[in-house]
Write a protein that binds this ligand. Structure first.
Ligand code: URA
Length: 209
């Protein structure tokens, strides 16, 4: 297939999750398709009221072909439950839909996607947002927050605040669950988890009506 500037020409005109997923499966809009095992598209019900956006699939997600199924996803599930958010109301996806990694011995180390890769993949996220029309959009970590709220957005300063944006009635950014897993000790991990749950509790009432 001809090399694409962005995925825009590949997005089907008749939007549905199956048509989007099938089209994204053969995406070559950036070079990450060469090293990722497969496209990891978003997952959840088309009737989901909240979209959670991460950075990119990790090692487990790349193998499974499903977002947030590895350690970060398990932590997210636990936090959602603690915050009283029904998992069925949540659709999870990523800004970039292929795993970017560098080899380190036998391991595949996560590498941050660059601006070109984020821009190339963006039409898929925009299509997911157009299709689901979520009431609530949650950015998990700086990559998602800066892609959706602007380069100058600082999660550390603005986490847990509900903002208004064209793309969703309510948009909130918080930390990425992986950052909690990277906390230096149990005490810090516990504290970070409590703060993460506190952020999620801010959006819980918006999903109850
Ligand atoms: N981290 C992400 O940002 N997304 C996933 O799907 C898994 C880990």
């Amino acid at each position: 297939m001809e090399h694409q500037e962005t995925a825009a020409p590949l997005v089907p005109s008749r939007l549905s999750l199956p048509t989007l997923r099938a089209a994204a499966a053969v995406c070559t809009a950036c070079d990450l398709y060469k090293t990722g095992t497969q496209t990891v598209f978003g997952e959840g019900l088309e009737t989901a009221r909240a979209i959670f956006v991460g950075e990119q699939p990790g090692d487990s997600e790349d193998r499974a072909g499903r977002p947030f199924v590895g350690p970060a996803g398990k932590l997210l599930d636990r936090a959602l439950e603690e915050a009283g958010i029904d998992r069925k109301l949540v659709y999870v996806t990523n800004v970039v839909k292929h795993f970017k990694w560098t080899p380190r011995g036998k391991r595949r180390l996560h590498e941050k996607p660059n601006a070109r890769e984020i821009a190339a993949c963006r039409p898929w996220l925009e299509a997911e947002l157009r299709l689901l029309k979520p009431d609530v959009l949650v950015c998990l970590g700086a990559t998602a927050a800066q892609a959706l709220l602007g380069k100058s957005f600082r999660v550390t300063k603005m986490r847990g605040q509900i903002l208004k944006a064209e793309i969703a009635d309510a948009i909130m950014a918080t930390v990425h669950p992986s950052s909690i897993l990277r906390a230096p000790d149990d005490e810090a991990r516990h504290r970070e988890m409590e703060l993460f749950i506190r952020d999620l509790k801010v959006i819980a009432p918006l999903l109850r009506h």
